[in-house]
Design a protein around this ligand. Structure first.
Ligand code: KG4
Ligand code: ZN
Length: 319
């Protein structure tokens, strides 16, 4: 079995996955509460928390799978993109384990991991397909020809904010705590999506832009007296969410792929899922960051033998 480790942002995660894609354990320790009071992830705080959590989380995953390190055949770890100090905690843990047990180590790109959340049982999806990857850090439209990361081509990306970032910033303006995507999704259900006409950015090609939308919400919020704002919060949330979903769905349709999949934290959004009824959305538990998707991606990636992997480094942004 493959031990996956993921520490690229504010989730400390470990998972055990078999070579044929069965999840034996998938443990995620979220640090969201720790960062909420700052309104976003504080990198140094995240690194320190990863350091405290990484060993207990790996232990818990082994316990959950009823396994020991003797059962582990390789170690997969996210090497980027993400917060560099956070990534280094997972990478160091993975190197130490693989070195001590003389196991191969598989470096995995976080974005490949999100795509590989679709290759896990019992709902494994066979490429080719067009994939919308929408998370807190990225918004990408991908042409997925095969399961390896080298077979994935970028069709479009965001020119400014990521879709999840737009959700989080909008949520903050509406007084919801970080990371507000899921809370905004819930609030939107009580509101009228046609109450406000928020703009969908016109960007050439298959790229995205969300910064204008966030500014439009800011002005709408500023323009309302406090009691009125309180009454219109759900309408604002619903209209704002509608604009983000429209932008995402519009690009997916423009890409014109025969089969479509949606992954990443924003793929958990109820309106997005409902707006793409023919698309395959990643299972809810695998949308937000987790290590099962990292172990999954490792099945289609190159392994490095001990001690070659000791020279591996993490990278902060997409290459
Ligand atoms: O994939 P992910 O866990 O982390 C990154 O790789 O960035 O995505 C986290 C993002 C956050 O911005 C969060 O607000 C958003 O996914 N998110 C949602 C929902 N659940 C999580 N956004 C909209 N609706 C949701 N239900
Ligand atoms: Zn992610």
């Amino acid at each position: 079995m493959i031990l996956g480790i993921e520490t690229s942002c504010d989730e400390t995660a470990a998972a055990l996955v078999t070579q044929d894609g069965q999840i034996l354990a998938n443990v995620v320790a979220s640090q969201a509460d720790l960062h909420a009071k700052y309104g976003g992830v504080v990198p140094e705080v995240a690194s320190r928390r990863h350091l405290e959590l990484v060993t207990p989380v790996i232990r818990e995953a082994l316990d959950e799978a009823g396994a020991t390190l003797d059962d582990v055949g390789s170690v997969a770890v996210t090497t980027g993109p993400g917060l560099i100090g956070a990534l280094l905690v997972g990478l160091s843990a993975a190197k130490a384990l693989a070195w001590a047990r003389r196991l191969p180590l598989v470096p995995v790109d976080h974005l490949h991991g999100h795509v590989a959340s679709l290759f896990l049982e019992p709902a494994s999806l066979e490429p080719p397909f067009t994939c919308l990857l929408a998370s807190g850090g990225h918004t990408l439209l991908l042409d997925v020809r095969d399961r390896g990361w080298e077979s994935v081509r970028v069709l479009g990306t965001t020119l400014d904010d990521a879709a999840g970032e737009a959700f989080d910033k909008g949520a903050r303006l509406l007084g919801l705590s970080y990371p507000g995507g899921a809370a905004l999704d819930a609030l939107a259900r009580e509101g009228d999506p046609d109450a406000y006409a928020f703009p969908v950015a016109r960007v050439p090609g298959l790229d995205f832009s969300f910064s204008g939308l966030k500014t439009a919400l800011l002005y709408a919020v500023r323009g309302l007296p406090p009691d009125e704002l309180e009454r219109r919060r759900a309408d604002l949330a619903a209209s704002y969410q509608r604009a983000i979903v429209r932008a995402l769905v519009g690009r997916v349709e423009a890409a014109g792929g025969e089969r479509v999949a949606v992954v990443g934290g924003v793929a958990a959004n109820s309106e997005l899922r409902a707006s793409l009824p023919d698309a395959t959305a990643a299972p809810l538990a695998l949308c937000t960051d987790n290590a099962a998707m990292i172990a999954s991606a490792a099945r289609y990636s190159e392994r490095l033998d001990s001690p070659d992997f000791l020279a591996l480094d993490a990278y902060a942004s997409a290459a």
